[in-house]
Design a protein around this ligand. Structure first.
Ligand code: HEM
Length: 156
């Protein structure tokens, strides 16, 4: 993709693409829980009733957990049965445990359905260079809005 050029059409492994996208760009950076009893965590004794924040963005980019963590590379998931339901704690785009996201299946389906329609019915031009800088808080969003120009497909 480049200035003013149409999107490149490539064959991607859908499942790995979704997983790698959510690894680099998780929706909710901070997942939080309250301790119910004293917990030992990273050498610290955390007392009960303390809110503990877990930074999924940082976990997903931790070089001790991932090869080439800053790189978008589908191989990370292609031959790797990493679970997205919160059973592998180094990959938690939907959180984990009893408070994990109940909208996981619907969310993934809705994004795919929307994207499939946008790409099937329209061609897209990208007048500006893609900038993936993000602004973080409890949720993460892009720093500069993505500018795309839709071009209707001519009828078959
Ligand atoms: C790709 C889309 C989505 C992503 C990445 C996502 C991510 C998350 C994350 C990280 C959490 C926090 C989980 C935790 O604390 O362990 C969460 C919670 C939640 N999500 Fe989602 N979500 C998505 C879509 C949806 C959809 C479509 C719905 C509803 C239709 C939904 C409903 C909820 C609810 C109700 C909670 C709170 C669960 C609780 O506190 O018990 N999510 N989501």
């Amino acid at each position: 993709m480049g200035n003013g050029r149409a999107f490149e059409k490539r064959n991607y492994d859908e499942e790995s693409t979704k997983r790698e996208t959510l690894r680099l760009h998780p929706l909710a950076a901070l997942i939080y829980r309250e301790t119910s009893e004293i917990v030992k965590l990273g050498g610290y004794d955390i007392p009960p009733k303390v809110m503990v924040l877990m930074n999924s963005w940082a976990i997903h980019r931790n070089p001790n957990l991932w090869d080439r963590p800053k790189e978008f590379a589908l191989e990370k998931f292609e031959k790797n049965p990493i679970d997205n339901k919160g059973l592998d704690f180094h990959y938690i785009p939907f959180g984990f445990g009893r408070r994990g996201c109940p909208g996981l299946t619907f969310g993934l389906f809705a994004v795919e359905y929307l994207m499939a329609n946008l790409l099937h019915w329209l061609e897209w031009k990208q007048p500006e260079e893609l900038n993936m800088d993000e602004v973080s808080g409890f949720t993460i969003h892009e720093k500069n809005p993505l500018l795309l120009v839709p071009i209707p497909n001519s009828p078959p």
